[in-house]
Structures are given as structure tokens and as C-alpha cells.
Design a protein around this ligand. Structure first.
Ligand SMILES: Cc1cc2nc3c(=O)[nH]c(=O)nc-3n(C[C@H](O)[C@H](O)[C@H](O)COP(=O)(O)OP(=O)(O)OC[C@H]3O[C@@H](n4cnc5c(N)ncnc54)[C@H](O)[C@@H]3O)c2cc1C
Length: 416
């Protein structure tokens, strides 16, 4: 009797995480990816305009992202994430030119809000209590209904924090998703809130070592294999169609569908998935950052929101950027560079640049779309779902994607 096999479709972080957890020798594992490379929305590529490798989008993690960090530990790449030894976030307000560094203390009792030099300028300790409403919010309400969305603490801390985490205007974001992020990071103290970035690129951290580990564990990884059909029989998947090729799914075998929501919906009619998406715009500028430039800078009241300083470039992220998506790239580059130059107080003309617009970067983390996210199990006994858009309880993030892959794998290991 041959060993049971798990077919995983999609080699983004959800599919890679599922494959990694299942590659324990108890089953055969095959991973099929439509693109010529793995990583999905979280990967690096060589950019010919800049003549250097860059990431498809700047990705920020926090030290409280425990599934993402466990994934990195398992593939031996934990050291690829770099960040300060304690939680600190530099900010500039472009309208007032004020600059400050937010420094939450390590432990869960937030005494940092009592110290003017650690908290947001122009705020009092009691202003921070407004967040309690979010932590107590019931399911199905928006962030705006759960807490006041005004005042300096909101504009200079909660709004940028939740905008980055939700990739959705926080006011329309689901309170449950914002609260989940808060509980797993800042509410646990600065130790769970250190900012981390993949200093040598996303692929060096998350993708290349994962593929290496999967290979040593005997997982078959096939690229340029786009699943085009699922065949069903007796409420189970009986075969996978890759164009003209058909692969039988034997009794006892399982399938984990770890492809984007729209692809899953086309393969599995009747599946409900989030319907709305939000864009992310990234700008990359080929210039060595000046010595005074912090590694990560939050920008308030500008077009840009987060500025990342890499040794050979400055990179900018703008979340929920749908308002910018149709602007000509040249106009965007000039507008973004003007913010960058003001934010870090330099006078250089626009250097070589690249603008990357991801129109459907993540699903919209609204109450309506949150309610449409499906569970891991489907109505078909041997078919499971994974991906940042499934019901992880988190917004669309690396942490959510990895967790969804681990959960699907655990269902298989328990006997789907
Ligand atoms: C610009 C940008 C910035 C981001 N910033 C952050 C951040 O700062 N922090 C953070 O935590 N998260 C961030 N994210 C979100 C994060 O990248 C995603 O949540 C995560 O990568 C999703 O992984 P996934 O495996 O669920 O999906 P995907 O990465 O979409 O993977 C799905 C895979 O399935 C493959 N596929 C599709 N169709 C088929 C088919 N028919 N057959 C076989 N394979 C198929 C795709 O090619 C892809 O490789 C960002 C995303 C973007 C786009």
C-alpha cells in the first residue's frame, strides 16, 4: 500500500508553510505552483530599472508574529529578519515637521505612556485609554464604531499602525481584526512589537531556504503547473487537472488549495470569499540613505506612510492606495520622492526609481469582507483551504498566511 499523498496547490507562504509541516515523512507531499517561482506576493525579483534585486513589496513584520518566526526557525532563516533590539518607531509629521520616537517598554504593563519622551508628542496618558474600546469590541463592528477615530494619539499612532496592518482605511476596518493584531503585538508589550524586515530580501528569508528544506525532506515541487480544474466524486476531490494533464487523487489522499481567493472561487463554484480588495503602492529609489536616516520611518500627513532604508536604496510603502493607482508612474515617483526628501531632510534630485502598483494586494479588511472568509475545511472531505484570505482571524499578512498553512496541515495530520 503506497503512502497517502497530500497535493498542495500554490507555493505562496500558505502553501510553503503547509508543505513544511507535512514533510515529516508520514506522507508524500507534492507542491504545484503556477508561476516559474515560489513566494507569491512575498518574494524578491531582479529589477532592471534599478539594476538590483528588490522585493515585490516592502514587508514589515513584528516580533509578535509567532507563526512567521516559527516558520523561519524551521527553515533555518530566523537571522534573516533584522530590527532594533527593542521596540522603537521613528516618526515625522510632514505638516508640522515634528519628529519623535515611540518607545513602548518591553513588558505588558504599558508604563511607557507615562513618559513624555516615549509617547506621541502632544498626548496625555489618559488619551491612550481610548484603545480599550477596541479590545472590548464585539464581533461584526467596525473600528470606527469601537473607538474614537480622532485626536493626536489616533492620528499619530493608531491610524498608521492599523492602516499598515489592515491595508484598509482603519475607520472602515473590522474591529476584530485590528484587535487581534493589537492583542498579539503591542498589548503584549514592546517585546512583541519590535519591527522586523527581511534585510537581504523576502526570498532570501522566506522562500529560498523553505524550498531547500522541502527538497531535503523529499517534497516534490513543480513550477509552471497551473491547476485548471478540480474533479469531484462522492463529495471528495477525485482528480486534479493541469491543462491537458490529469492527476488522480487516490482514496486517502488530500488536497490543500493555497491559491488566491479569486482562483479558489473559480475552481470551487459556490465558495464564498472576500470580494473587495485594496491596493498597495511601493516606490523604490536607488540612493544610499544618509547616515542620520532611521531604518524605518513612519510618515504622518504625507502621501507616503512608511520609509525603509536599505543600504543601497530607499523604499516607500503606501497602504490602501486605491486613490493613487491610476496616477501616471512618473507623477507618482515625483510626488513620493518629494515626501521622502522632506522626511529625511535631503535635497537630492529624483534618483533612479521604480514604482510598483499592486492593485489587488490584499482583501479589504472590512466587516463585510471579514464575514465572507471561509474556514479551512470545505464540504469536500479531502479538500482543505489555506491562504491569507481564509478565516484566520487576522488581516491579510504573512502571519495569517503562514498560520493558515499550518492549520490546514494540522487538519491533515489529525486525519482530514
Ligand atoms: C505589496 C504588498 C505588501 C505587503 N506588505 C505586507 C507587510 O508589510 N506585512 C505582512 O505581513 N504582509 C504583507 N503583505 C501581505 C502578504 O504578502 C500576503 O498576506 C502573503 O504573502 C499571502 O500569502 P498566500 O500564500 O496566502 O498567497 P499568495 O502569496 O498569493 O500565494 C498564492 C500562490 O498560488 C499560486 N497560484 C495561483 N493560481 C494558481 C493555480 N491555478 N495553480 C497553481 N498555483 C497557483 C500563485 O502564483 C502564488 O504563488 C503585503 C502584500 C503585498 C502585495
Amino acid at each position: 500500500m503506497p503512502q497517502a499523498k497530500v497535493h498542495i496547490i500554490g507555493a505562496g507562504l500558505a502553501g510553503l508553510a503547509a508543505a513544511l509541516r507535512l514533510a515529516d515523512g508520514s506522507r508524500r507531499v507534492a507542491l504545484y505552483e503556477a508561476a516559474p517561482q515560489a513566494g507569491g506576493r512575498c518574494r524578491s525579483y531582479f529589477d532592471s530599472a534599478l539594476d538590483m534585486p528588490i522585493d515585490n513589496g516592502n514587508h514589515l513584520l513584528l516580533s509578535g508574529n509567532r507563526a512567521a518566526l516559527s516558520f523561519l526557525r524551521e527553515i533555518g532563516a530566523e537571522d534573516q529578519l533584522k530590527g532594533p533590539g527593542s521596540a522603537e518607531f521613528s516618526f515625522v509629521d510632514l505638516a508640522s515637521n515634528e519628529r519623535w520616537v515611540l518607545r513602548p517598554n518591553d513588558g505588558p504593563i504599558p508604563w511607557w505612556i507615562l513618559q513624555p519622551r516615549r509617547r506621541v508628542p502632544g498626548t496625555r496618558p489618559r488619551d491612550y485609554l481610548s484603545i480599550l474600546g477596541l479590545l472590548r469590541a464585539s464581533k461584526g463592528i467596525s473600528l470606527k464604531a469601537a473607538m474614537p477615530c480622532c485626536g493626536p494619539v489616533y492620528q499619530r499612532l493608531w491610524r498608521p499602525f492599523f492602516l499598515a496592518a489592515l491595508n484598509t482605511a482603519p475607520e472602515e476596518g473590522a474591529a476584530s481584526l485590528a484587535a487581534a493584531i493589537l492583542r498579539e503585538t503591542l498589548a503584549k508589550g514592546g517585546k512583541a512589537c519590535r519591527p522586523l524586515i527581511a534585510a537581504n530580501g523576502l526570498s532570501e528569508a522566506f522562500v529560498t531556504p523553505a524550498l531547500r528544506r522541502l527538497k531535503t525532506k523529499g517534497v516534490e515541487v513543480a513550477f509552471e503547473r497551473r491547476l485548471s480544474t478540480l474533479e469531484f466524486e462522492d463529495r471528495r476531490v477525485a482528480a486534479l487537472g493541469f491543462g491537458s494533464e490529469r492527476i488522480e487523487v487516490a482514496a486517502g489522499d488530500c488536497v490543500i488549495l493555497a491559491v488566491p481567493a479569486t482562483v479558489s472561487a473559480s475552481l470551487l463554484p459556490g465558495l464564498t470569499t472576500p470580494l473587495a480588495y485594496r491596493a498597495i503602492v511601493n516606490g523604490h529609489f536607488k540612493i544610499a540613505p544618509p547616515p542620520h536616516c532611521p531604518p524605518i520611518l513612519g510618515v504622518i500627513r504625507g502621501t507616503i506612510e512608511w520609509l525603509f532604508a536599505f543600504p543601497d536604496r530607499l523604499s516607500v510603502t503606501i497602504s490602501a492606495a486605491d486613490r493613487l493607482i491610476d496616477l501616471p508612474r512618473e507623477e507618482l515617483a515625483a510626488r513620493i520622492w518629494s515626501d521622502v526628501a522632506r522626511a529625511i531632510q535631503i535635497a537630492q534630485p529624483l534618483p533612479a526609481w521604480q514604482i510598483i502598483k499592486e492593485k489587488r494586494a490584499t482583501f479589504a479588511a472590512t466587516v463585510e469582507d471579514e464575514a465572507l472568509r471561509p474556514q479551512t475545511r470545505t464540504e469536500f472531505a479531502n479538500l482543505l483551504l489555506a491562504g491569507d484570505w481564509t478565516a484566520t482571524g487576522l488581516p491579510a499578512t504573512i502571519e495569517g498566511a503562514v498560520r493558515s498553512g499550518f492549520v490546514a496541515a494540522d487538519v491533515v495530520l489529525r486525519g482530514a
